[in-house]
Write a protein that binds this ligand. Sequence first.
Ligand code: NI
Length: 257
Amino acid sequence: MFFDTHAHYDSGAFNLDRFEILDSMPEGRVGLIVNPGCDLESSKTALEIAERYGFVYAAVGWHPEDIDKLSEESFAELEKLALHPKCVAIGEIGLDYYWDQEHKDEQKALFRRQIELALRLDKPVIVHDREAHADSMEIVLDYPGLRGVFHCFSGSREMAAELLKRGWYLGFDGPITYKNARRAIEVLEVCPMDRIVIETDSPYLTPVPNRGKRNDSRQLEYVVGKIADVKGLSAEYVEEMTFENGKRLYNIGDVNV
Ligand code: NI
């Protein structure tokens, strides 16, 4: 069974067939999914989906790209959502200097505020770090008790080593199957098997051979296949290990899948 540790089924890209696709997950060998939120509305929808499907869990959080929608009122509501029994993490949160160079200070303040929320609730975080490696590291290293995952990890081997030393997990997605994936493959080579989690980031980041189409969790076999190739392991072993890693990362107990 596959564990998609990061997929956005609240996205408008699934408006026409969301439930049809989610209904088909067990027969597509997808046993668990975590759906992170990006703002108040998407966090609410993520929890609604998690209430409907036993194998779906949610994370609630405010994505740096959506910072313009933030208000004190909505943040207070988000904090309440984080207490929901199916909320397993705070995410996705972090820094994105690719989309927005203008509000670095605001992004950093929001990131810290949500890390502090995660620590108060004793939950892991799902970090989005796009072209902001140095600042992301500076912030997470300020909180020694913090744990979680760097989603769609795009940093260097050195950065990976720092995070792994501190107990973090690294998320790998469709881009590892792309021809130009040199850096992610280098990280994968040195990342221990017990710290790798697999993700789709659906509807985005569709792996080869379906690149360009909408992504969903049933495409994880291509991510697993690539990891198996790079590590010289069987796909079955990678599938099983990453499933257990995801459960450990999000503190999800044994599930009937
Ligand atoms: Ni995402």
